[in-house]
Design a protein. Structure first.
Length: 356
């Protein structure tokens, strides 16, 4: 039941006898956490959760508390995280990832510490932990101390090739996650370091069934965490009934002269030569229908723009893993990308700034 908690649950080193004690304690930590737990420990069977807005307009959706508990146990089973697991919450409680760290701790009996959700979450940490969750930028800024965590899940963005290479030299077991608010965080994970067999693919958690629709997009059936079958906009390649390779968003696919291009796959290659934040997208073209362009976040001065573009084009053409169709036709610079409140790039709104 949602109004119960595990006897071994601890928060910032404190144990509790009653729900009221938990609520009183959290009122001194964070108003947002306190309000969320008031809602969680109420008799209402659902809880309102805000989506991140990375794939559409942010909205509030109702999740079944029983499904959230089932998700917590699925994570614990997959990663072998029993009662008294030490865990660190360094994500904002605003979104589902932060909320679920709390729900896991409450229902599984973890010993959870909460720190501010900054881009350098381990800066003042001296303890070691069994488990934590971060976004890629937090991980990138924590590499010098990340071995203080045994197992780490990373979500909310793509882990770059460069970061993944750096992960091979650390002991912490790092996993990329696939999921969304509607699936109550991750329904699949992929190990990012110390993998013995490549390529490595996402593997679904227990009680999750996957298949593809006519668009080649992932379909998720997981009765333990969702009442309805979820049709996603994620184009995938099914490796087996338990594993898949993520190719990109259906919304982002560029049809250029009849050739379907997946921006995310192209971006993975371009990340080898471009240091700034960037993305590729399709814009209208009379001959091709859509043409591929590269948008870079940079304050390049007008007089330097032509030279800079020539240098970038030269580097792009040297990438052997890109076909001629995957080379952008034009390059644009924008001072600052439009973002969601969780710092994810909003491609369409950024393109609107450029007049597309």
């Amino acid at each position: 039941m949602a109004n119960k908690f595990h006897k071994h649950f601890q928060l910032n080193g404190k144990s509790f006898e009653t729900v009221d004690e938990i609520l009183e304690f959290t009122s001194n930590i964070s108003t947002e956490i306190h309000t969320f737990l008031q809602d969680w420990f109420s008799n209402k069977p659902t809880i309102a959760v805000q989506t991140s807005g990375s794939t559409g307009t942010p909205k509030s959706i109702e999740l079944q508390k029983k499904h959230m508990i089932n998700s917590a146990f699925a994570t614990a089973h997959y990663f072998d995280l029993p009662a008294k697991t030490t865990a660190l919450l360094c994500l904002p409680i605003t979104y589902i990832a932060g909320k679920m760290m709390l729900i896991r701790a409450i229902n599984l009996g973890w010993h959870l510490d909460i720190v501010d959700a900054t881009l350098h979450p381990l800066k003042n940490i001296t303890k070691s932990y069994d488990f934590s969750a971060m976004v890629p930028l937090q991980l990138e800024n924590s590499l010098d101390k990340i071995d203080g965590i045994k197992k780490l899940i990373v979500g909310g963005g793509v882990v770059s090739n460069q970061l993944q290479e750096e992960l091979q030299y650390i002991d912490c077991q790092v996993y990329a996650t696939y999921g969304m608010t509607e699936t109550i965080t991750h329904i699949a994970v992929k190990k990012l370091n110390h993998v013995h067999k490549y390529p490595n693919f996402y593997e679904v958690l227990s009680n999750v069934t996957i298949y593809k629709d006519e668009r080649n997009c992932l379909v998720i059936e997981a009765k333990n965490i969702a009442d309805k079958v979820l049709f996603t906009n994620d184009v995938v390649q099914l490796i087996s009934n338990k594993k898949f390779d993520w190719l990109g968003r259906f919304d982002n696919v560029v049809n250029s002269g009849g050739v379907k291009l997946h921006p995310e796959m192209i971006e993975e290659n371009l990340a080898k030569i471009i240091e700034n934040r960037f993305f590729v997208a399709g814009i209208h073209d009379e001959q091709l229908g859509e043409k591929l362009i590269l948008v870079i976040e940079s304050s390049v001065k007008f007089e330097d723009e032509t030279l800079t573009k020539k240098e970038i084009f030269s580097k792009i053409k040297s990438i052997k893993t890109l076909s001629k169709f995957q080379i952008p036709k034009e390059i644009y610079f924008v001072d600052c990308f439009t973002e969601t409140t969780s710092s994810k790039i909003q491609r369409k709104k950024t393109l609107e700034k450029l007049g597309f």
